[in-house]
Ligand binder design. Structure first.
Ligand code: ASP
Length: 220
């Protein structure tokens, strides 16, 4: 899942790594998580800047620290300790991300309205299962255009933007972060699977639940 997500982070089409959307200050702030369904161990980073592959830093948090989440300056400091190279801020910024940001400033549109007008939710994710039934998931995102500086969405939050448990399955989410967090969407999917739903039916039920409870949209 780490390798898959790294490839998607490099692809300018997606809102993760290179191609991340810009916050209200015009900067990239990225969130990512990875989780191992065998141990229920997860690692995540939030509000991280100037690194190309937040998912790999999240994996290092999982494997090399006693923590689950490291944010902002601390995450960048940890990256430095590991020798992960910093990239110049502009390297992650695409013309489309800049254009969306300029549109926001020109029209001062509400963040939610702008988010709804975007074509799809371009956060990236991957889930996998091996021959022994071990599952894993990863999610990586630049968040939503013109988000407040320091805003953290669902993506790096365990049980919200991702969840993996060998006893049920692995989930990665995209959509409106605040709504996803309200219903802990990824964990809601595995909960429905625990109750006997197939993966597809658990995903469908959880999306409908989010719509009904908090009028949120997204995908898993
Ligand atoms: N869920 C992400 C966030 O709110 C955005 C997305 O999935 O497009 O940060």
């Amino acid at each position: 899942v780490e390798t898959s997500v790294r490839i998607l982070e490099d692809d300018v089409v997606f809102d993760a790594g290179t191609g991340s959307v810009l916050n209200s200050a015009g900067d990239v702030e990225m969130d990512a998580i990875i989780m191992d369904g065998r141990s229920l161990r997860a690692g995540s980073v939030a509000c991280v800047q100037n690194i190309a592959h937040p998912v790999s830093l999240a994996r290092q948090v999982m494997e090399k620290t006693d923590h689950t989440m490291i944010v902002g300056e601390g995450a960048n400091l940890f990256a430095k300790e590991l020798g992960i190279p910093q990239v110049p801020p502009d390297q992650l910024v695409t013309d489309i991300a800049r254009q969306q940001w300029e549109e926001y400033h020109k029209y001062k549109r509400a963040v939610n309205e702008l988010f709804d007008s975007q074509l799809g939710h371009d956060t990236v994710g991957a889930v996998a299962v091996d021959s022994e039934g071990n599952v894993a998931c990863a999610t990586s995102t630049g968040g939503i255009t013109a988000k407040r500086v320091g805003r953290v969405g669902d993506s790096p939050v365990i049980g919200c933007g991702a969840y993996a448990d060998n006893e049920t399955g692995a989930v990665s989410c995209t959509g409106h972060g605040e709504a996803i967090m309200s219903v802990t969407l990824a964990r809601t999917v595995t909960f429905n699977m625990e109750q006997g739903s197939s993966a597809q039916s658990a995903a469908d039920k959880s999306i409908v639940y989010m719509k009904n409870r908090v009028d949120g949209t997204g995908g898993v």
